[in-house]
Design a protein around this ligand. Structure first.
Ligand code: AMP
Length: 333
């Protein structure tokens, strides 16, 4: 029995299921009852399993395995379960589960990116070390909500009072253009593909420029980075060689930690300075929502494939090729 492409109804599920269909797979969606509407309306799922909350999906593991489903992880998927729960799932999972532990541990993630030779913003272990502008980020999936800037220890101490008992990191604030780079690495062909780029659209930071600096001060606005959408982006063509190199370095570093390393879709989240230096502040080791503007393909996937090729479809294509080559053990966990 052929596999069925399965994911949770949020984040990039529409793209993943549409991509699965386009590659000839049946699709299964696990959706929360309160959020069924778009999935019914867009008709991308052949089977819908409705649950009260995503966490309940783990009780459907046997059913999913019997259907020959393969789970495609995205951010809402990894937030819904603990690493141990994901580890125990019987249903095949597209990707290397070992990478989840590197990604969720901020220290390991940093070590990985540093070993890949990428430029990283500095981290300040204690507030008294702050000697430049910093961004304070809270742990957990809050989509940038509540992040704030500080320029010295005093300002930090003042502002952190509004966030008691929250775990945070203090990171150097890089002034530049945010660029989110979408890659796909195929373990079957050992090729790194560039799928596209996006910018995030965050409230309120992306809209405070609509009012004058005086009004910003009068209103006492604090910037916040709560993501509400993504917009497409193309970059200067002269930057592409370095962008490929950065992705290749990340893959090579991951293979030193584990023989299979990172594969499938991933994203480097960067700020590009006026000197055109890429500072990487995070890696997402799976499909990112910034690929959603490209359900019909990006300019880059159009060059490479000459047919609509979203990242969701690229995942399904990898599964199809692995099925054809009898190589599923190379892409499943
Ligand atoms: P994150 O939750 O880490 O993806 O970051 C959310 C937002 O904060 C994004 O808009 C980034 O552009 C911005 N950001 C994160 N880290 C930095 C940094 N070190 N310097 C400048 N902006 C940053």
């Amino acid at each position: 029995m052929k596999h069925k492409i399965c994911t949770l109804g949020s984040h990039s599920a529409l793209q993943i299921l549409k991509g699965g269909r386009d590659e000839g797979f049946e699709t299964v969606l696990i959706a929360e009852k309160k959020r069924l509407k778009p999935y019914e309306s867009f008709r991308v799922a052949d089977h819908i399993i409705a649950v009260d909350k995503f966490a309940d999906a783990k009780d459907r593991d046997d059913e999913l395995a019997a259907m020959n489903a393969v789970l495609i992880p995205h951010a809402s998927f990894v937030n819904a379960f603990s690493l141990a729960e994901i580890d125990e799932l019987k249903t095949p999972y597209f990707g290397n589960k070992k990478v989840l532990a590197w990604e969720t541990d901020r220290k390991k993630q940093r070590q990985w990116l540093a070993e890949a030779g990428l430029k990283l913003p500095r981290i300040f272990e204690k507030p008294s070390d702050i000697d430049t502008s910093v961004i304070i980020k809270f742990y957990g999936a809050q989509g940038g909500k509540g992040y704030f800037l500080a320029h010295n220890q005093k300002e930090f101490e003042e502002k952190i009072k509004q966030h008691p008992d929250q775990k945070y990191i203090i990171q150097e604030y890089i002034v530049g253009a945010p660029v989110y780079i979408h890659y796909f690495y195929s373990p079957l062909t050992e090729e790194l593909e560039l799928m596209g780029f996006d910018r995030r659209y965050e409230s309120n930071v992306d809209s405070i420029g609509r009012i004058s600096a005086k009004d910003q001060l009068d209103l006492n606005i604090e910037t916040s980075y709560n993501i509400m959408g993504n917009t497409p982006l193309v970059v200067r063509e002269s930057l592409l060689p370095e962008i490929f190199e950065m992705g290749e370095q990340v893959i090579a570093a991951s293979k030193k930690w584990d023989s299979r390393g990172l594969f499938g879709p991933f994203c480097l989240e960067t700020i590009v300075t006026p000197d055109l230096d890429f500072f990487v502040f995070e890696i997402s080791a799976r499909i990112v929502a910034g690929t959603n503007p490209y359900i019909h393909g990006s300019p880059y996937s159009d060059l490479r494939y000459n047919k609509p090729m979203s990242t969701g479809r690229r995942i399904a294509m990898e599964i199809r090729l692995a099925e054809e080559q009898n190589a599923l053990e190379r892409i499943f966990n």
